[in-house]
Structures are given as C-alpha cells and as structure tokens.
Write a protein that binds this ligand. Structure first.
Ligand SMILES: *Cc1c(COP(=O)(O)O)cnc(C)c1O
Ligand code: SF4
Length: 440
C-alpha cells in the first residue's frame, strides 16, 4: 500500500463498511471517541478487519471505540453533552471523565522521571537499573490507536498529561553519568512514525564511543501491525533499513520490540515481507501483548500467535495484564483467568515459543509476574514474583496473596496469611526516585 490514509472521528463515516452499521453503533463510536483517542487507517480497514464479523471482530474492537469502554454513568454524561452540540461542554465533560480514569498509572509522573539541577528531564523515564525509556516528542503518535492503550493520555491533546522530549541532549547527558544503563528503549506513541532521518538524529549519537556502555537499542513499536509498508513502499524505507544496519554494524544489539495482539496481524503478505526485511538487517524482533477481553482472551489464539511468531523468526517476550487506567473494566482479564490462559497456551507450543514471561503487571513497585494459584495446607493462594523492581533486591522473590476469582490488578489483591502489607510495601522510602544522585 503506497498512501497512508487515516480515519478519525471526523471522517470515519466515509467508510462504506461503516455506513452499513446501525445508527446507534455509529453514534457510540462518536461518543466514546470524545473521551478516548480514535484513529485507524486504510491498511487496518482493508487488510486486517474482517467486516463480516463486525461488531464482534477483534481487530475492529482494537481500533474502533466501544460503548462498554465507558462506564454507564460516564456514557450517559457524554451522550448528553454530545446531544447538546455545545463544544465547550463536550470538552469539559471529556476532561472530567479522562481525569477520573487514572491517566498516569504506576506512578509514571511522580516516580520515574529523573531530576537534574531541580529540573525534571521530561521524556526520559528511568525505573529499572539497566534500562532508560526515551519518549521523543515527535514519536508521540501512532499509525492507528489501540482502544485499550495505557498511554492514551498522550493522544488526547492535553499538554499537561503529555510527556515527550524535544531534544536528545538531556538523554546523552544523563547517559554520560549513568554507566549502569545498558539499554535505551525508544517508545511513545511509536518512534517509527518518525522519518528515518529524524530517528537517525536521535540514535546516531548513541553509537559514539563514549556510550559504549549502552549495548542495546530498543524500539518499542506497533508499526508491523498498523503500517508494515513502512519497510516496503514508504519513501524512506531503504534509509530506515540502512539505519538498522548501521546500528548492528556498530556492534550494538538492535531489539525491535513489536506488539501483536492477534494472529491475524501476522498473516498479511505485507507484515511477512516487513519482518523478513527487518530481520535481514540483523535486528532481532521480540514480541509482546496484553491479554485482552473481547480481543484475545483464549489460549488457542495465544498458542497460534506464538507459533506464527517463531515461524517468522520473532521471539515471544512478554504477556502483560491490562493496566489500571482508562477502560481496564472493559478489557481487563482476571489474574487467575489470565494465568490459566497463559498455562494452556504454553502447554500448546514447543520450548522455542516458551520464551514469553507472563502474565505480568507493570505496577508502581515493578513488573509483577503471576506465578498462579496454589493450594497450600488448605489455604488458597496466588503466587507472585518480581521480574523487574524499583529495588533490585526484590527481583524473583516469591510472595503470596489470598486467592481471588475476579481481581484484575495487584491493588485488588490482599496479602496472604493475614499479613497487613506485601513485603515490598514495608519500605516506603523505596518509592523515592531511585536515582537520587541527580538531585543536586
Ligand atoms: C518493561 C519496562 C522496561 C523493560 O524491561 P525488560 O524486562 O528489560 O524488558 C523498562 N522500563 C520500564 C519502565 C518498563 O516498564
Ligand atoms: S501503538 Fe502502542 S502507544 Fe500507540 S495506541 Fe497502540 S498501545 Fe498505545
């Protein structure tokens, strides 16, 4: 596909397939998209969505806002505002609802942004010792928006909620002082919406000798699902692949952190060709996905997805739990159910596809892996551990919560054995910024 075309609230009614939907469903898209970001494109519409199954098609649900994403009272508030046609009221109502939906989960604004000379380094997040996240301001959009996105506040045009760095210099300065950092992860949004030349301006300085401690350049991206032609027909595709080759030739590992939620995203000719071209540069593709109600909460689907990924030379990496923000009540899968799906999916694949770690909650204290339910001496428990933690001493320590059928998140769980707190909640001081030495 040569020309990218976006569909948003302003033009989605042009789609012939949309015209065939009941008027109510079209109104719901309009209403819900006032609160959550909405964008899809011609590749998704023509190659991924199975319109015969709409409104139940998983890829349709992945891009088109769903009525259930708003709680009933929020839906009624918004529907009423839209009915009046008063734009100021619509905006006010949208903001009110957005601010009530925990727009920055896991303490992203309070805990992870390093401070230098009393100034916050906006667009940089450093939570785990080895890895720094970098959010370039020009990468703060995507080729399409996922309805479940936990970064949704990035896309609703509210500068107070948005994070992003215009310059690479603060990152370079930070890395000069932080030799423990081995990985720089470009994320967003999607860094691959940027032109190859812009991305190269950000990455090239990292290939210099003084940053030899940075071993891994990671690109967190959804481009393979939403615009694989980025690597085929886009004008700067050769330049982009050239940049990948240059990174690999410099001796660093280029890790393409792709997100796939459904096997269909791995099935088009375009995505297969794009994966082949990326792999040919020497980059490795790792894959991750949240487990989502209405989209992929079924073990056969996960087995199939991981098998397809291994077929294509990708490395399955993480299965995430839906975060406690936005429409978690709509997409969230309970902890014990997610574990059951993970277990059954794992049993259906060979060891080469068992490289996935999950299900994982990216929570304030760290990445918490669900080890699963267990009965110990007549007590029903859920085992958990840390894969990543603010305090490295917590990593891989098993701990236990009381069994719960419907808990979606760590905050819904109660410590086992009558304890008042989980072990990591005992040292509150660990919630201070980890890298205090910059506060000078
Ligand atoms: C997941 C994550 C990382 C990367 O963790 P890995 O286990 O190394 O992939 C880094 N920083 C933050 C804030 C994360 O959530
Ligand atoms: S591609 Fe990533 S950042 Fe963009 S909308 Fe989807 S989940 Fe969010």
């Amino acid at each position: 596909m040569k020309n990218y075309k976006a569909y948003t609230r302003s033009n989605f009614r042009e789609l012939p397939e949309i015209k065939r939907l009941p008027e109510d469903s079209i109104a719901d898209i309009d209403i819900v998209s006032r609160v959550f970001p909405f964008k899809t494109n011609n590749y998704v519409v023509e190659k991924l969505i199975n319109w015969r199954d709409v409104p139940y098609d998983p890829i349709f649900i992945l891009n088109f806002p769903q009525r259930g994403m708003l709680k009933d009272y929020h839906y009624r508030m918004m529907a009423e505002a839209v009915r009046t046609g008063d734009e100021a009221r619509i905006r006010r109502t949208a903001r009110e609802i957005q601010y009530s939906l925990n727009p920055h989960p896991a303490g992203q604004l309070e805990h992870n942004i390093p401070v230098k000379n009393g100034r916050k380094l906006n667009g940089i997040q450093h939570k785990y010792e080895q890895t720094v996240l970098f959010l370039p301001s020009r990468g703060q959009t995507c080729h399409a928006y996922c309805t479940f996105c936990f970064r949704w506040p990035q896309f609703i045009g509210d500068s107070e909620l948005r994070i992003g760095a215009r310059e690479i210099d603060p990152l370079l300065e930070y890395l000069r002082e932080h030799h423990e950092v081995t990985d720089v992860l470009f994320t967003g949004g999607d860094p691959l919406v940027m032109k190859a030349s812009t991305l190269s301006d950000y990455i090239t300085p990292l290939l210099e000798r003084e940053f030899s401690h940075v071993r891994n350049i990671r690109l967190g991206t959804r481009v393979l699902t939403y615009w694989p032609d980025r690597f085929i027909t886009d004008e700067d595709a050769p330049e982009l692949l050239g940049l990948f080759r240059r990174i690999v030739a410099s001796g660093k590992h280029l890790a393409f952190m792709a997100q796939f939620n459904h096997p269909r995203e791995l099935s088009t000719d375009e995505v297969r060709e794009a994966i082949a071209r990326i792999r040919e540069t020497g980059a490795e593709i790792r894959t991750q996905s949240p487990i989502l109600k209405h989209i992929n909460n079924n073990p056969e689907l996960w087995s199939e997805m991981w098998k397809k990924q291994v077929d294509l030379g990708c490395i399955p990496y993480y299965m995430f739990m839906v975060r406690d923000t936005g429409a978690q009540h709509y997409f969230g899968v309970p902890i014990v159910r997610a574990h059951e799906i993970f277990r059954e999916a794992t049993a259906g694949v060979s060891g080469l596809a068992r490289t996935v770690r999950g299900p994982v909650m990216s929570a304030t204290p760290g990445k918490i892996q669900i080890l699963g339910p267990a009965e110990v001496h007549g007590e029903y428990l859920i085992g958990l551990t840390f894969l990543q933690a603010r305090n490295p001493d917590w990593i891989l320590r098993p701990f236990f919560a009381e069994y719960s059928e419907d808990a979606l998140w760590i905050d819904d769980l109660v410590p086992a054995f009558g304890e008042r707190r989980f072990f990591f909640e005992k040292d509150e001081f660990e919630y201070e910024p980890l890298f205090k030495d910059l506060n000078n």
